[in-house]
Design a protein around this ligand. Structure first.
Ligand SMILES: Cc1ncc(COP(=O)(O)O)c(C=O)c1O
Length: 477
């Protein structure tokens, strides 16, 4: 028999809290008939968000092109969706059942480059776009490729999205934490970055890259133009590559805030010597097509021979899934004004984003009103990273714990709290220790994706639960 201990140790060590023990328990409880409010993962369509009509009209014709000959059937479709489907199929002669070129279908890479040019008003090259199965695969490809030596590491935010820590564990890279500034709406702080880098160096670690998530997961923060400028200059000073995770670029709710891409800021600053990998996905925004595994990454300031190695890496798994590539095409080339489906597209898009904004506020304001809980009202993305306070366990002085003991103590506390929250209320959130948090603080991450009435119920239930939990001495024995 194959024993678990026969497996790669790095796989055994990798952790992915977003789908960890608490979620497994939630599924068990659901099977037993308990109503669960899933707030553990940014999976909008699993929480009743409707897919965009335009996307599904075109995709449905991709899988079964014979429908394009059935005029009666097509009466129910928007004219431009049908034209779009014909255009795509003409340019994908093998259809969706054939492998494509490794880096992706050429006209789709071109459409992505044009999307970036239009979004940022900067030049972009189609040769430097690689289509991937969601942003995750792109991040993994880049991290794997950048780790040359055993002591190489990547600077990652704390709190972070565990794709980063888990990928580093899988590929044997060193995780170099930098804390985000909770007091300053979770922006990055230059001194913190410097300290983290120099400290890593002192410990024999060689950071080769910094990864930044903007808008932030789990923080919900939107980085300012100046903050991005500071990060790029920091990367330049220390010869770091930048991994810019921009999957939430459409999810910005706070008035006056705007998404700035790293590519745009680097271009404005005339930075041509900081290797930049930018990731985008169809899983988030208003599209929420997580299941289609659609995404891309753009490589900037990278020489031709390096680019070729990235394309070779793609070729080892042949290509990303073709339906996902076509979905990415639909993301970057939505209907235009004058197209029959334009009005509906705008209506659906605005409806989804408005709803998310309202829910972000209900959740943020509601939880801030709970005694012992604080959170930034999410500026963007799909999450709030909520800080909460608990009495310490009897007889424990946290300041006397070693680093290892402290991490164990804190993850024990936030896991116990979240597990009990699930068992008593059916609300499934992720403990802060799964993302990392400042020493001596406790958090949980919740999405605000469930329908509005469920968010209102969730706030009420969390409040009741928190009061009950802290008043029960058994929880702190
Ligand atoms: C910051 C961040 N990056 C990447 C991903 C993965 O996205 P995809 O579905 O495109 O792989 C997620 C998913 O939640 C995310 O939050």
């Amino acid at each position: 028999m194959l024993n678990v201990n026969d497996l790669n140790k790095k796989l055994l060590e990798a952790q992915y809290a977003v789908r960890g023990k608490i979620v497994i328990k939630a599924q068990e409880l659901e099977e037993q008939g308990k109503k669960i409010i899933y707030c553990n993962i940014g999976n909008p369509q699993a929480l009743k968000q409707k897919p965009m009509t335009y996307v599904r009209e075109v995709l449905s014709l991709m899988e079964f092109p014979d429908l394009l000959n059935d005029d009666n059937f097509l009466k129910g479709y928007h004219k431009d969706s049908v034209e779009r489907a014909r255009f795509i199929l003409k340019n994908v002669p093998g259809g969706v059942g054939a492998y494509s070129q490794s880096a992706g279908i050429p006209f789709i890479r071109k459409a992505v480059a044009e999307f970036i040019e239009k979004r940022d008003n900067i030049p972009a090259e189609k040769e430097r776009i690689i289509l991937t199965d969601g942003a995750s695969k792109g991040v993994q490809a880049v991290i794997m490729s950048l780790l040359k030596n055993e002591n190489d590491g990547v600077m990652i935010p704390i709190p972070q999205y565990p794709l980063y820590s888990a990928t580093l564990t899988l590929y044997g890279g060193k995780q170099v934490d930098y804390y985000l500034d909770e007091q300053n709406s979770w922006q990055l702080n230059e001194k913190v970055l410097e300290d983290s880098f120099l400290n890593a160096k002192k410990n024999g670690i060689n950071p080769v890259a910094i990864s930044v998530i903007n808008p932030g997961n789990p923080t919900g923060a939107v980085l300012s133009y100046d903050n991005i400028k500071m990060i790029l200059n920091f990367a330049k000073k220390y010869n770091l590559s930048v991994l810019a995770d921009e999957v939430y670029q459409e999810n910005i709710y706070r008035e006056g805030l705007k998404f700035y891409s790293f590519a745009k800021v680097a271009h404005d600053l005339g930075i041509t010597d900081v290797p930049l990998f930018s990731f985008h996905s169809m899983s988030k925004g208003y599209l929420g097509e997580c299941g289609h595994r659609a995404g891309y990454f753009e490589l900037r300031n990278i020489p031709q021979d390096v680019l070729e190695q990235f394309i070779k890496l793609q070729s080892i798994s042949l290509c990303s899934n073709v339906i996902g590539q076509i979905a990415t095409y639909l993301m970057v080339s939505p209907p235009k004004e004058g197209d029959e489906s334009f009005e509906l597209y705008v209506k659906e898009k605005d409806g989804i984003l408005k709803d998310l904004k309202t829910k972000a506020e209900i959740l943020g304001k509601g939880l801030n009103a709970v005694n012992g809980m604080t959170c930034e009202i999410p500026q963007g993305a799909m999450y709030a990273f909520v800080k909460f306070e608990l009495p310490h366990k009897q007889g424990v002085d946290p300041l006397k714990l070693s680093e290892e003991e402290r991490l164990k103590y804190e993850s024990g506390r936030d896991n116990k709290y979240c597990m009990q929250l699930l068992e008593e209320t059916g609300i499934c959130v992720v403990p802060g220790s799964g993302f990392g948090q400042l020493p001596n603080t406790l958090h949980f991450r919740t999405t605000f994706l469930p329908p509005r009435d469920e968010i209102e119920t969730l706030v009420e239930k969390m409040k009741e639960f928190h009061i009950k939990y802290i008043n029960n001495p058994e929880n702190f024995n």
